[in-house]
Write a protein of this length. Structure first.
Length: 120
């Protein structure tokens, strides 16, 4: 059973995820961050920090650096949009590794099916 605090952090994480995604798509002018997909946002128990997981196609180091450099700007815009939130978490961006993991598993499964077809 989840505690009340974890439900609150999940709810805030969901709000942060949506807000950051919209801000990146509509208000961040840096061309390096276009095409970034916000996958998840995990908020700390005290709601002061949020790790935003993103999917970046291609070279992700430069894009991730640009996002982390823009974190304060994104946080300020988020504060303007989410005036009912008492605390606006500090943002840290990280690469979501699940997409590459899923692609790896998918390739393994396709390889197995390909081998099955050759054996028959």
């Amino acid at each position: 059973m989840k505690s009340k605090g974890s439900h609150r952090t999940e709810r805030v994480g969901s709000v942060v995820k949506r807000a950051v995604a919209v801000i990146i798509d509509t208000q961040v002018a840096d061309p390096r961050v276009h095409g970034v997909s916000v996958v998840d946002a995990v908020v700390s128990g005290d709601l002061k920090y949020a790790t935003v997981y993103v999917y970046i196609e291609g070279d992700d180091t430069e894009v991730l650096a640009a996002l982390n450099n823009s974190a304060g700007f994104i946080r300020r815009l988020m504060a303007e949009q989410l005036r009912d939130m008492r605390v606006i978490p500090r943002l840290k961006f990280e690469i979501d590794k699940s997409q590459s993991y899923y692609e790896h598993i998918d390739a393994l499964i396709k390889g197995l099916h390909k081998n099955d077809g050759n054996d028959k």
